[in-house]
Design a protein around this ligand. Structure first.
Ligand code: ADP
Ligand code: ASP
Ligand code: MG
Length: 452
């Protein structure tokens, strides 16, 4: 197949009947779009995570179930022929209710994935029917038949070769005949158990699927017309970026710009699939193209914010001029499968942040057993309520760069500064309560005032 487009729609894009209808219009307007990847309707995954974490009170569980039913029924009620979809969605709601009861006795990561996957499974039943009613030759496909992962529930690792094989066998032939609607975020392990790729994972699913069917384009439709210089909810004067390189956009995603799941661009980059980010509400506003080669590489490109950071500081006089200390620390961290994100060292201390959390949410924790083993080597201090601010740009090694950045931040308490490892970013931790003010001040000085 020649030009073949994959379009992904996020939660707000499929939040209600009108929003879903706008998605269908976008698909109808581009005959090259053969594959549609959908998130759960807005708010649904949060409710499912709450149930999966274990709600003891039966009445509260019922209340959440009612909210879930209301969100879906409000869309189903507006369909011309709701009978079949209503049955499908209600049967899922019944299975959610029993799984939620099981989770109230004992929750587990496996059960969580089984439960939270229902959001995408339900939204795709509805979107498929809605598109059919608008005259699109649509078929729903359960992506768990193709999106093979390991069994690391909550943050499963996709098995790229297996996915490519299964997609060529089962998915690509369907796309020749239909516009296929499928689920983001979810997959299945070798045993057929449902897995998830972590919160916000539908972007990543869409990129993996685009790669597996050798798509020529990937569109991410969301609630903002493209990638902005920072989150426009934090700095209202943030400006859209018409074109950005894969490296810059990857840094942004990695450092927490919620607009893209951190791993999204890995498959797209592997196959050099251009990615477009736009608003399903205002498609006429255009959006951002992410490509290998771009015309402009400004010194300051964007600011990203990632909250819920956990910083661990390890201190020991034994570290002074000794070798092997860090090796021992990392051996313990590896033993407990703790992935480290950022690290800085001094002569007698090491500070590190723990990597992102999984589908069940919250700040990453240092497991008690790991803490006890580390305490045999050194003192261990764990801090929460921190946010990571990242400044993304180009040629950040340039003289005067750091001075320009830090001189604007004199009033803030900066922690753990990482600079120099990449010439595309500079990042540091700040207290959560100051984080938005830090972004606003940096945006004002480095973006708004600079380009006046
Ligand atoms: P979806 O449900 O479509 O995946 P998300 O809520 O995950 O949407 O991501 C879109 C949101 O990302 C925007 O509403 C915006 O608040 C936030 N965001 C964070 N950083 C940026 C940025 N640099 N540019 C645009 N939006 C951003
Ligand atoms: N529905 C999932 C979430 O809310 C995945 C996604 O929307 O990307 O995290
Ligand atoms: Mg998202």
């Amino acid at each position: 197949m020649s030009a073949f487009n994959v379009a992904k729609f996020g939660g707000t894009s499929v939040a209600n009947f009108e929003a879903m209808s706008r998605c269908s219009a976008i698909i109808e307007n581009n005959p090259q779009t053969r594959l549609v990847v959908s998130s759960a309707c807005s708010g649904v995954t949060n409710l499912l995570v709450e149930l999966a974490n274990g709600v003891q009170d039966a009445e509260q569980r019922l209340n959440i179930m009612k909210q879930l039913a209301d969100i879906h029924d409000a869309i189903i009620d507006q369909l011309a022929d709701p009978t079949k979809v209503e049955k499908e969605v209600h049967s899922m709601l019944d299975s959610i209710a029993s799984a939620a009861e099981a989770a109230s006795f004992q929750s587990s990561k496996k059960l969580t994935d089984h439960l939270v996957a229902c959001g995408e499974l339900m939204s795709t039943y509805i979107l498929t029917q809605l598109m059919r009613e608008r005259g699109v030759n649509t078929i729903r496909f359960d992506i768990r038949e193709v999106l093979r992962t390991d069994n690391n529930y909550g943050r499963a690792e996709p098995q790229v070769e297996e996915i490519a094989k299964l997609a060529q066998e089962k998915l690509a032939p369907l796309c020749a005949e239909y516009v296929v609607v499928t689920q983001g975020f979810i997959g299945s392990d070798e045993q057929g158990n449902t897995t998830t790729l972590g919160r916000g994972g539908s972007d990543y699913s869409a990129a993996l699927i685009a790669e597996s069917v050798k798509a020529s384009g990937l569109e991410i439709w969301t609630d903002v017309p493209g990638i902005y210089t920072t989150d426009p909810r934090i700095a209202p004067k943030a400006a859209p970026i018409p074109e950005i390189s894969f490296s810059e956009a990857s840094e942004m995603a990695n450092f927490g710009a919620k607009i893209l799941h951190p791993s999204t661009l890995v498959p797209a980059l592997r196959h050099e699939i251009p990615v477009f980010v736009g608003s399903s509400k205002e498609p006429e506003k255009g959006g951002t193209w992410i490509r290998q080669q771009v015309e402009n590489s400004p010194q300051f490109r964007a600011l990203a914010l990632r909250c819920n950071q956990t910083m661990v500081t390890l201190r020991s006089a034994k570290m002074f001029h000794a070798y092997g200390f860090l090796a021992k620390v990392f051996e313990i961290l590896a033993k407990y499968k703790i992935s480290v994100d950022l690290i800085t060292t001094s002569e007698i201390s090491v500070s590190l942040t723990l990597d992102k959390t999984d589908t069940s949410g919250g700040a990453p924790e240092l497991p008690q057993e790991a803490r006890e083993e580390l305490q045999e080597l050194c003192t261990v201090e764990v801090e929460h309520n921190l946010c990571l601010v990242a400044l993304i740009g180009n040629h950040m090694e340039t003289k005067g760069y750091a001075k320009e950045v830090f001189s604007t931040l004199g009033d803030f308490n900066l922690r753990m500064i990482c600079y120099g490892a990449s010439d595309h970013n500079l990042c540091f931790l700040v207290d959560a309560h100051e984080s938005k003010a830090v972004i606003q001040k940096l945006h004002l000085d480095l973006f708004e005032n600079r380009y006046k």
